[in-house]
Design a protein around this ligand. Structure first.
Ligand code: PBG
Length: 326
């Protein structure tokens, strides 16, 4: 049937009707809130390029968790920034690492709170690459062995979810077997399965102090021009044991997100990355856009494209507003 019998504007007449036929909704349980942790005490350093986001120490972060817990955010993704970096990132699997301490502290206060730990090495290495480096090349298999130690260390501290993010071949299989061998069969793996070599990570690298000291990450993260490869990467990670898969970044990769969701019957996460956050904040600061409307439209587009879970720096401020407007 076509016009004049069909008039699509009938269902756009007012806000109540639009809400009634709305297909996509955001809720707080969609969100995972990223948090940056430094060793020490009394730290709450604002990240200059990410207004509203801070680095916390192991004590101040608990106040932050109390606050977001009360606001209705029940899931975080932790990133650690050690004082002591070395060539392989060994602080990542230290029993006394700042992430390990915080995981244990959160889980002892809030046993049901979902704690995910990013498992990578760029924050932990002096060279800022995501594993073992030799002659400028990131070595795959030696990195896997370290990744197993890191994953087991987070699981033994009490992490519910381990999230390998280095785009190392075989990383999910290595993490799964490492966890299983150590008795952590129930630890969830959230794999950064389709992660692109993206300039949208710029502000994160300030927050996590993890910029590569030389070269770039193009030999391990994906080429932004490819989408078939995203499906191959994701299929491999599922075969290796991923429980949740991910597309990252989100907004420039909504086509990939949609294909991944349609190809696999799996929970899919999308990472609304630092650059996506900071661009909204900066443009709003200049008065060029309406911040909340652009933010909400971006997040709903990520959900509409197929994300079940959205990792976003906006989670706390949205929760604070008390209403989800979309
Ligand atoms: C790697 C990691 C990165 C991000 C999450 N995990 C940075 C990178 O790959 O360079 C980026 C997240 C963001 O930009 O918000 N540990």
């Amino acid at each position: 049937m076509s016009f004049p019998n069909t008039r699509l504007r009938r269902l756009r007449k007012n806000d109540f009707i639009r809400r009634m036929v709305r297909q996509t909704h955001l809720c707080l349980s969609d969100f995972i809130y990223p948090i940056f942790i430094k060793p020490g005490t009394h730290v709450k350093n604002p990240i200059q390029t990410m207004p509203g986001i801070y680095q916390f120490s192991t004590d101040t972060v608990i106040d932050e968790i109390d606050e977001i817990y009360e606001l209705g955010i029940h899931s975080v993704l932790l990133f650690g920034i050690p004082v002591k970096k070395d060539s392989v990132g060994s602080e990542a699997w230290s029993k006394d690492g700042c992430v390990q301490k915080v995981i244990t502290a959160i889980k002892s206060k809030y046993p049901d709170f979902i704690v995910a730990a990013d498992a990578c090495f760029c924050e932990y290495t002096t060279h800022g690459h995501c594993g073992v480096l030799s002659g400028g090349e990131l070595l795959n298999d030696p990195t896997l062995a370290n990744l197993q130690k890191e994953a087991v260390s987070y699981a033994s501290a009490g992490a519910d979810i381990v999230a390998p993010s280095g785009m190392i071949d075989g990383m999910v299989g290595a993490v799964r077997s490492g966890l299983d061998d150590a008795g952590y069969q129930n630890t969830i793996i959230l794999s950064y399965s389709a992660k692109y070599a993206s300039a949208f990570y710029g502000p994160f690298r300030d927050a996590a102090e993890s910029a590569p000291q030389s070269g770039d990450r193009k030999s391990y993260q994906m080429d932004p021009a490819n989408s078939d490869e995203a499906l191959r990467e994701t299929a491999l990670d599922i075969e290796e044991g991923a429980d949740i898969i991910m597309v990252k970044p989100a907004l420039s990769y909504l086509d990939v997100l949609c294909k991944v969701k349609e190809s696999f019957n799996m929970p899919v996460a999308a990472y609304n990355v630092s650059g996506e956050y900071s661009m909204v904040k900066a443009a709003a600061e200049l008065g060029y856009i309406d911040e909340k409307s652009v933010r909400d439209e971006s997040l709903i587009s990520i959900k509409r494209a197929g994300a079940d879970i959205i990792i976003t720096y906006f989670a706390k401020e949205i929760a604070k507003e008390g209403v989800l407007r979309l």
